[in-house]
Design a protein around this ligand. Structure first.
Ligand code: HEC
Length: 199
């Protein structure tokens, strides 16, 4: 008799557990994409300007382009190819993304502009990077930018803090419309593309 009770008890436990996990799966579907906890590594000064991160040499490399233009107004000229544009991601947020496939609130990305040089040292053809010309940071921040959920900060080579423009703006619109994942241009970043392909 006791054995029968045990068997019924075990069966009930299994049924309840299965039902519970089905409900949880349903909840997840209703909630949309997985929600992940935010990261808080961005530092702001008293006026709300974003302090230029001081560890960018440790950020993760996402991709690079040369003379990349978005509107065709300036055709590409191989003799004067324009700038190198390098994209980096803050490592704490990168780790969360690798785990979940979602950019957590607080994620930061940087777009660095370097000029091009040729005939430097042993270089005789092609181009190497010249000095940093400018730096732009993409910050995901739902509290600061409730309408878009993100915005940009621009720095000259020597700037240590930057303000953000009002949202929405020309920058946020193109990113929202054409950036493949949460307004980020993951279609151009091989490491992130690889991670997204696993989902
Ligand atoms: C017409 C579309 C368009 C507009 C407008 C635009 N961007 Fe982008 N942005 C891109 C593309 C495409 C990339 C991919 C990387 C590249 O340019 O090399 C990118 C990448 C970036 C990145 C790297 C992280 C990410 O989100 O993918 C930052 C930071 C960035 N842009 C900042 C800005 C800022 C600041 C402005 C406004 C001054 C701006 N963008 C306006 C198309 C646009």
């Amino acid at each position: 008799m006791a054995q029968r009770f045990l068997a019924v008890g075990a069966l009930l436990t299994i049924l309840v557990a299965t039902h519970y996990s089905l409900l949880r799966a349903q909840d997840r579907q209703l909630a949309g994409p997985v929600s992940v906890e935010g990261v808080s590594v961005a530092v702001f000064d008293d006026s709300g300007a974003l302090v230029r991160p001081d560890n960018m040499e440790k950020w993760v490399f996402l991709g690079a382009s040369l003379g990349m233009g978005y509107n065709g107004a300036v055709p590409f000229d191989p003799d004067t190819p324009g700038n190198f544009q390098t994209v980096l991601m803050e490592p704490t947020a990168f780790d969360v993304f690798q785990e979940t496939g979602v950019f957590p609130d607080g994620s930061m990305f940087a777009l660095l502009f370097h000029g091009t040089r040729t005939n430097v040292s042993i270089n005789q053809s092609g181009f190497v990077m010249d000095d940093l010309l400018a730096l732009e940071i993409h910050l995901k921040d739902k509290a600061r930018f409730p309408d878009t959920g993100f915005n940009f900060f621009f720095y000259g080579p020597e700037d240590t803090v930057a303000d953000a423009p009002d949202t929405p703006n020309g920058c946020t619109s193109c990113h929202t419309e054409h950036g493949e994942t949460q307004a980020v241009f993951t279609q151009f970043y091989p490491t992130l593309k690889e991670r997204l392909a696993k989902d």
